[in-house]
Design a protein around this ligand. Structure first.
Ligand code: AMP
Length: 212
């Protein structure tokens, strides 16, 4: 499981871990974004929360994850990215009989996070992400491969970003202590890594933890 504030790099690292270990990425944020794009009932509901930077209610998220974890591709392992995000979600995960081999906590300073999130752009059809400063596309505002327009996530504007970070501090950061205690009891392993620096360096640090 990857734990850390929005914009710390969980999504980027998740893709790498899933490729390296041949496991599916369970990203509740991606599930909600896909539902929003398809304008399903779930999507409309999720949008009403995510546009304001609020969390979708625990019960809904947990039943969604429970169903997803029943799928055949999850039977020999998976990576959780963006779930659990509250203590009740973590308890629900335990109640599903899931034990986590590793909890990786990624950390970066608040102002860096704000710059990362507000500068983030993506290509809706492929999910490819860019950053105005850190990873600009070859042509301003256009996807490198298709030339199609890049867009900003509706929850990446500065006001919503600050609110999401506040929600993270209040509702998600307490999970760090929750899993630290679980690690002390031998129920999981926890590692604290910096989310700053080159993507490849962070990948190497993660591999060290997962293979160690
Ligand atoms: P993310 O891409 O992980 O930042 O998620 C985008 C948005 O989806 C969040 O701001 C929430 O509104 C919603 N979301 C994603 N994961 C969860 C979760 N585990 N619990 C509640 N809401 C979530």
């Amino acid at each position: 499981m990857l734990l850390g504030s929005p914009g710390v790099g969980k999504g980027t690292q998740a893709q790498f871990i899933c490729d390296a270990f041949h496991i599916p990425q369970i990203s509740t944020g991606n599930i909600f974004r896909a539902a929003i794009q398809s304008e399903s009932t779930l999507g409309l509901l999720a949008k009403s929360y995510s546009d304001r930077g609020e969390l979708v209610p625990d019960e809904l998220v947990c039943s969604l994850v429970k169903n997803r974890l029943d799928d055949a591709d999850c039977q020999s392992g998976f990576l959780l990215d963006g779930f659990p995000r509250t203590i009740p979600q973590a308890k629900a995960l335990e109640a599903m009989g899931v034990s986590l081999d590793h909890v990786i906590v990624l950390d970066a300073p608040l102002e860096e996070i704000v710059i990362r999130l507000t500068g983030r752009r993506f290509h809706p059809a492929s999910g490819r992400t860019y950053h105005l400063i850190h990873q600009p596309p070859k042509v301003v505002g256009k996807d490198d491969l298709t030339g199609e327009d890049l867009v900003q996530r509706s929850d990446d504007n500065e006001d919503v970003v600050r609110h999401r970070l506040d929600v993270y501090q209040r509702q998600t950061a307490p999970l760090i202590d929750f899993y630290r205690k679980q690690a002390e009891q031998g129920k999981t392993k926890i590692a604290f890594l910096s989310g700053l620096g080159k993507i490849e360096e962070i990948q190497a640090n993660i591999l060290n933890v997962l293979k160690g």
